[in-house]
Write a protein that binds this ligand. Structure first.
Ligand code: ATP
Ligand code: MG
Length: 279
């Protein structure tokens, strides 16, 4: 298992210093596991293990984990959070979805609204969209001049270095969806009454800029995949594969962090005597 996780991480990572080359990464690929029912069973087991690792992280209270999730509309950001992160105890896990900034947020630098949402020692934080929107939609839609957004890659690498050097592990996941699969999923959102609420007219405007987004994603992944906070590109056309790959990377990451339940030095005999005397 550990071996598969390491090989999967090696396969999906954007090696620092190399181009991400999204067009050469198949969103339908299923490296290391191509059977849906086996994947479902494996996810259940992995989710159990996440719960156990989180307990250790919490008890140790020294390190924290930040999971950044990016992806086009309908790539499954919400889905993966529900299925995989659902294994975390809500008491020590925060999920935050970053929407278009408010006027107050826009009056600050892009990292201002993010820093307050980073995980405290012992916690897990999950970001559904993130600072990367400031070099994705902001670039594609020309919301600020190139001179402004192009400096942000460097800011993000350094921001993440600050977090890592402060005890936060940063796991960055890009859910890589094909244009065809997005069309199917958006159609399903229209057809199924329970999914319609997710649909926004603007989603089709973003979709119309697909190629610009691919370029913006590729540059973001290439320029910000660092030794301290590398990007992983998750094939996301098959939901079961996406969830299995994310669960595997999460367990692998926590195992590498090796949080330990501390062993406090307690005079057990004396404490027990005190408790027994109460009766
Ligand atoms: P789903 O993918 O499930 O539809 P969502 O994340 O798209 O969910 P929405 O409320 O539909 O949720 O969209 C949030 C919108 O906010 C996105 O279009 C995103 O690009 C935009 N956004 C997030 N951060 C920024 C930012 N810094 N500047 C401009 N727009 C942003
Ligand atoms: Mg949306």
């Amino acid at each position: 298992m550990k071996d598969v996780a390491r090989r999967l991480a090696d396969r999906l990572v954007v090696a620092p210093g190399e181009r991400a080359r999204l067009s050469r990464r198949d969103p339908r690929a299923t490296p290391f596991l191509d059977d849906k029912s086996r994947a479902e069973a494996a996810i259940d087991a992995l989710v159990q293990r996440l719960d156990d690792w989180q307990l250790r992280l919490h008890a140790e209270a020294r390190q924290s984990l930040l999971v950044v999730i990016q992806g086009m509309d309908a790539s499954g950001k919400d889905g993966v959070i529900r299925r995989v992160m659902g294994g975390f105890d809500p008491a020590g896990c925060h999920v935050h979805s970053f929407k278009a900034p408010t006027a107050l947020e826009l009056a600050h630098d892009p990292l201002w609204r993010l820093h307050a949402r980073t995980p405290a020692a012992g916690e897990v934080a999950i970001w559904n969209r993130s600072h990367y929107e400031d070099v994705l939609i902001v670039r594609v839609r020309d919301l600020v001049p190139r001179a402004v957004w192009s400096r942000r890659y460097r800011h993000f690498v350094e921001f993440e270095r600050l977090l890592v050097e402060s005890g936060t592990r940063v796991l960055k996941l890009c859910l890589h969806l094909s244009r065809e699969e997005q069309r199917e999923r958006l159609l399903a959102r229209l057809e199924e009454p329970d999914k319609r609420w997710k649909f926004r007219e603007g989603d089709l405007d973003e979709r119309a800029r697909w190629d610009d987004y691919q370029t913006a994603y590729e540059d973001a992944l290439t320029r910000t995949s660092s030794e301290h906070a590398p990007w992983y590109v998750i094939p996301a056309d098959r939901k079961w594969y996406r969830d299995w790959a994310v669960a595997t990377l999460l367990v692998h990451t926590l195992a590498e962090m090796r949080p330990r339940i501390p062993e406090p030095v307690l005079d057990l005999a004396r404490l027990e005597r005190r408790l027994r005397r109460e009766r």
